[in-house]
Design a protein around this ligand. Structure first.
Ligand code: NI
Length: 260
């Protein structure tokens, strides 16, 4: 079944119908979902959701746009949350230079600190990177991110950058953007990247695929991304679903949990 590796069901846009929507996901072929934290409070909410639904997992971390509010006490808070038995990753963390704030220097400090938490807690990372390719790659190299592992989610860079991430052992997170009419760059990334290194994700409520672009996204729409990916790769949809699900289990190290 489809593995949605990156969702934000704790977002207030789901307040009106969260339960009903999540209960319906199996009918749409969704097998697992990881709810991703983006602040301390949403990390707590992600953990809460993951305990309410057995097919959900959580990631905890602070998004680069939210780091202004952080202080060193928050590090122990993130560590404590990360030790929850449903927590499978640290994220989303990274760099976002799209807006002038928070200052790049501050984003970099918290990116490094959270990479360090992941290393010490032996969890993979979910990296958010926008308009900051070179700094993201430099920090990943300097911090030996290949020893930590994880995904560059909602990948938005060139196929050359994708190759560098894959060479570092990272997965490439692909979602609704792949279906957009101007998605040439993303199509190239998918053409080049082996299916064994690709993860499916929604980033819902954001980035709904065509024909729902601009609307609230949910895991229900992931089959549209699967269809497009199967066309690009020249394989059947079942193959895309099977391999990306396997990748997600490997990346989030869920095989270990199966055997308990
Ligand atoms: Ni996200």
């Amino acid at each position: 079944m489809i593995f949605d590796t990156h969702a934000h069901y704790d977002d207030e846009q789901f307040d009106i119908d969260r339960e009903e929507l999540i209960d319906s996901l199996k009918e749409y072929g969704i097998g697992n979902v990881v709810d991703i934290g983006a602040s301390i409070s949403s990390s707590k909410a992600a953990i809460e959701i993951s305990h309410r639904y057995d097919f959900f997992y959580a990631a905890v971390g602070v998004h680069p746009s939210e780091v202004e509010e952080l202080n060193d006490e928050n590090i122990s808070e993130i560590i404590e949350l990360s030790r929850d038995d449903k927590c499978v990753a640290i994220g989303e963390i990274g760099l976002d230079y799209h807006w002038p704030d928070p200052a790049p220097k501050l984003q970099q400090i918290w990116f490094r600190k959270q990479l360090d938490i992941a290393r010490r807690e032996k969890l993979p990372v979910i990296i958010h990177s926008r308009d900051a390719a070179q700094d993201t790659l430099s920090i990943m190299e300097e911090e030996n991110a290949q020893e930590i592992g994880g995904v560059v989610h909602c990948f938005s860079y060139s196929k050359e950058i994708a190759k560098q991430c894959v060479d570092m052992g990272f997965y490439i997170g692909i979602g609704g953007v792949l279906t957009f009419k101007n998605a040439r760059k993303m199509v190239e990334v998918v053409e080049q990247t082996p299916l064994e290194r690709i993860l499916l994700e929604t980033d819902c409520p954001y980035l709904a695929p065509e024909p729902f672009r601009g609307k609230r996204n949910s895991s229900q729409y992931l089959p549209y991304v699967v269809t497009k990916m199967a066309q690009i790769k020249g394989v059947c949809e079942e193959e895309v679903i099977r391999i990306t699900e396997e990748n997600a289990r490997k990346m989030y190290r869920l095989e270990d949990l199966w055997h308990i």
